[in-house]
Ligand binder design. Structure first.
Ligand code: DGY
Length: 321
């Protein structure tokens, strides 16, 4: 019997792929840093039984309805806003994601971004590189304290909780807002549930960890930034479209808020002339939340495990629909 044909939309390491080749016939897009072309993705999705996709690949209604054999899309990300899950479900296509394996790694990056922004670490590094370091002075590159401040986490999923755990280690007061109350997080972490506006008004650090949905699209807009403290720092490590970037830029320029740390943007990648990059009080990263070698390998393997399990007739480990 022929093996199920799986197309992988980015070049992944051979040592990750090889153990699965007994059970799957695997072809890959030949570039590691270039996303698959739309034409190639269309061509392959018509032919493939399974796809292993990246968050940069758009799997929309048009694509799934033309995909004759496609049974499963294994997305290498915990977020799956790049996939039209309703359309996939309608055509009986299973969608999987990669939760859990990236939780701590992404929380580490998020908290690191918060620290780098609050303590002006990137600016300070640039200051030395620019040859500006002269005599010590009392308020040179003085930032804002993190310990004993209030963090407000918007989106208390697994990664939100892991950020809260890190915040507790810094003696922070933890507020959160989520679609549903997380009583376990409240008990374990002393996190306090508040309404969205209260979160904005009371937090020194507002951290967006919510997935991108119709409900969260542009939730951080001009009004939200106006409702934050003037000293507040906004951190976004979920999806760029949860914030209105123009509104954020104006809020920072008008000093409605003090700073921002961003790992995600509305349209990625951003170029070096992006307005937010021109502001000293903003730290920008190129969507590297889960980017450690260990975690990225685990994400790849989880996708492949899901594919193998599906074609063996077992339930994938991390099904979305
Ligand atoms: C995810 O998994 O959704 C992350 O954004 C990838 O780093």
């Amino acid at each position: 019997m022929s093996k199920p044909y799986v197309y992988v939309t980015r070049l992944l390491p051979e040592h990750i792929i090889e153990p699965y080749s007994d059970e799957l016939e695997i072809q890959m897009w030949p570039y590691e840093e270039q996303p698959v072309s739309i034409e190639k993705l269309e061509e392959e999705s018509h032919r493939a039984d399974g796809l292993l996709t990246m968050l940069t690949d758009k799997v929309d209604q048009g694509l799934v309805e033309k995909s004759k054999h496609l049974k499963i899309v294994a997305n290498m990300a915990v977020g799956y806003d790049n996939i039209d899950v309703d359309a996939a479900t309608k055509f009986d296509i299973t969608v999987t994601n990669t939760p859990d394996v990236l939780t701590d790694t992404t929380a580490d990056l998020t908290f690191g971004l918060l620290m780098a922004t609050a303590r002006r670490m990137v600016e300070a590094n640039q200051y030395i590189k620019d040859g500006k370091w002269g005599p010590w002075s009392p308020l040179l590159l003085a930032g804002t304290d993190i310990h004993h401040k209030t963090i407000g986490i918007y989106g208390m999923g697994r990664i939100g909780e892991a950020v809260a755990r890190r915040a507790r280690g810094f003696d922070m007061k933890v507020l959160y807002h989520n679609r549903s109350r997380k009583t376990e997080a409240e008990e374990k972490l002393g996190a306090v549930y508040v309404e969205f506006n209260e979160l904005l008004e009371q937090s020194d650090f507002v951290v967006c960890m919510a997935p991108l949905t119709d409900e969260t699209h542009h939730i951080f807009d001009a009004e939200a930034f106006r409702n934050m403290k003037k000293e507040a720092v906004f951190i976004n490590a979920s999806r760029g479209a949860t914030m209105n970037e123009d509104d954020l830029y104006h809020a920072l320029e008008q000093k409605d808020i003090a700073g921002a740390g961003l790992d995600v943007f509305e349209q990625e990648p951003i170029g070096k002339d992006h307005p937010l990059l021109q502001l000293d009080q903003v730290v920008c990263l190129p969507h590297i939340g889960s980017a450690t070698v260990e975690t990225r390998h685990k994400m790849m393997k989880l996708c492949l495990d899901n594919l193998v399990r599906y074609f063996r007739g077992d339930s994938p480990l991390t099904k979305v629909n």
